[in-house]
Design a protein around this ligand. Structure first.
Ligand code: TXA
Ligand code: MG
Length: 335
C-alpha cells in the first residue's frame, strides 16, 4: 500500500522547488533500487535506509538537487552534508587520505564512521553539499540497500538524515513518509535501521583525529585504531570557531556588505533577481538556483580582488533563510 497516496500538499510557501506530489513508496529490492538510481540521475530525491538512520539521497555533484534537499528539510542554514561512497577507492577520488584516515577506513568501512578530510581539487562534489568548506565528510555505508543504490548510481551521494529540520532522525521508512508527505520523489522501505543512531564523525588532519560528533562507533573502538582523540568540545576550544559553529566555514577574503541596491566605488556586487550585479545568484530570482550558485559566486567575486563584496537583498523565505544565514556569517566581523 502506498503511504500518503492522496496527500498532495502545496509547499509553495515553504520554498521554491518543493513539488506537491507525494513520494513513490516501494519495498527495497534491486528493481526499486534501479528506479531510485534513475530518479537520482535526473536530479531527484530518494530516501534510503542506511545502517544508522534513513538518509535523503541526492547526486552530490548536482548543486540544484542539493539545494532541493536543503529546501525540503527546511534547514535554516547550510550545514555541510555527508558524502556517501561505495568504498575507500571511491572516497579517494573526492578527498585526500592521510595514513591515519586509511587505517580508520580499513578498520570501520563499510560502516557508520564518517571521515572529514581535505577535498581534492578535482572532486565532483558541488560546493553547496559541503557548504563551501575545503573539507568533505565521506563515509562508505554498510547497509545492503544503500550499497546497492551507490553501485547502481555509480557516483557519490549526498545524504543528510531524512527528517525535517528540528525533527529526530528517522529509523523506519514510515518516519520518513510522515515527515515528507511531499517534496521527496521516492522512499525505499528497507525496514528498521540497525543502529538507530547517526554515524560517528571524525576530522582527520595529519595523524590526529578529532571527534566532531559522537555516534554509532564508540570512542573506545576508535581509539583502539586511532590512539587518543580530542573530543569535539576540546577541539572546539583549541581552535575557536569564527562566525558560525564550524571553524573553517568559508568566508571571502574581502569584507562584505549586505542588502545593497548598487555597488559603491571599489565594491563588486553580487546580484539577485532584478539587481543584475557583476555576478548574479539567479537572474530570475529563483532561490534554489541562488543556493546552488552561492559559494561559487562568492569565490568568483573574491578572486577579482575588490575592496569589498556587496550583496543584493535576498528574500527571507524558503531557501532565502539559509542563504541569508550564510551571508550574515560571511559578513560578520572577523576575530
Ligand atoms: O549516519 C549518518 O551519518 C546519517 C546517514 C544518512 O548516513 N547522515 C547524517 O547526515 O547524519 P546529517 O546531514 O544529518 O549530518 C551531517 C553531519 C553534521 O553534523 C555536519 O556538521 C557534519 O556531518 N559534517 C558534514 N560535512 C562536514 C565537514 N566538511 N566538516 C565538518 N563536519 C561536517
Ligand atoms: Mg541530521
Amino acid at each position: 500500500m502506498g503511504i500518503g497516496e492522496d496527500s498532495t500538499v502545496d509547499h509553495a510557501q515553504g520554498g521554491a522547488q518543493v513539488a506537491g506530489v507525494s513520494p513513490r513508496y516501494a519495498a527495497a529490492d534491486h528493481s526499486s533500487v534501479l528506479e531510485a538510481a534513475s530518479i537520482l540521475r535526473s536530479g531527484g530525491l530518494a530516501a534510503c535506509p542506511t545502517e544508522t538512520v534513513y538518509g535523503l539521497a541526492v547526486d552530490a555533484a548536482n548543486a540544484l538537487a542539493v539545494a532541493r534537499v536543503y529546501a525540503v528539510k527546511g534547514r535554516p542554514r547550510f550545514n555541510p552534508l555527508i558524502i556517501h561512497v561505495s568504498d575507500a577507492a571511491a572516497a579517494a577520488r573526492e578527498v585526500q587520505f592521510t595514513e591515519l584516515a586509511q587505517r580508520l577506513a580499513q578498520a570501520f568501512w563499510p560502516g557508520p564512521l564518517t571521515l572529514v578530510l581535505p577535498r581534492r581539487p578535482d572532486s565532483c562534489v558541488c560546493d553547496l553539499a559541503s557548504a563551501g568548506l575545503e573539507t568533505l565528510a565521506v563515509r562508505a555505508p554498510s547497509h545492503p540497500v544503500m550499497r546497492d543504490l551507490l553501485a547502481a548510481f555509480g557516483g557519490p551521494l549526498a545524504a543528510p538524515s531524512a527528517n525535517r529540520s528540528g525533527h529526530v532522525s528517522p529509523t523506519t521508512a514510515a518516519h520518513v513518509a510522515a515527515d515528507f508527505p511531499a517534496g521527496v520523489d521516492m522512499i525505499l522501505d528497507g525496514g528498521a535501521c540497525q543502529y538507530g543512531l547517526e554515524s560517528t564523525v571524525l576530522a582527520v588532519s595529519d595523524e590526529v583525529a578529532r571527534l566532531l560528533r559522537p555516534g554509532a562507533i564508540s570512542r573506545t573502538e576508535l581509539e583502539a585504531v586511532a590512539g587518543p582523540m580530542q573530543a569535539a568540545a576540546e577541539a572546539e576550544s583549541a581552535s575557536p570557531s569564527s562566525p558560525g559553529q564550524l571553524a573553517s566555514h568559508y568566508a571571502p577574503r574581502a569584507p562584505m556588505r549586505l542588502n545593497a541596491a548598487t555597488a559603491e566605488p571599489g565594491e563588486v556586487l553580487l546580484g539577485f533577481g532584478a539587481i543584475a550585479g557583476d555576478v548574479s545568484l539567479s537572474p530570475s530570482g529563483d532561490l534554489a538556483e541562488a543556493a546552488a550558485n552561492l559559494f561559487a559566486a562568492l569565490r568568483a567575486l573574491d578572486s577579482r580582488g575588490a575592496a569589498r563584496i556587496c550583496v543584493a537583498p535576498i528574500p527571507e523565505r524558503g531557501l532565502g533563510e539559509a542563504i541569508n544565514d550564510r551571508l550574515r556569517r560571511a559578513a560578520a566581523p572577523r576575530p
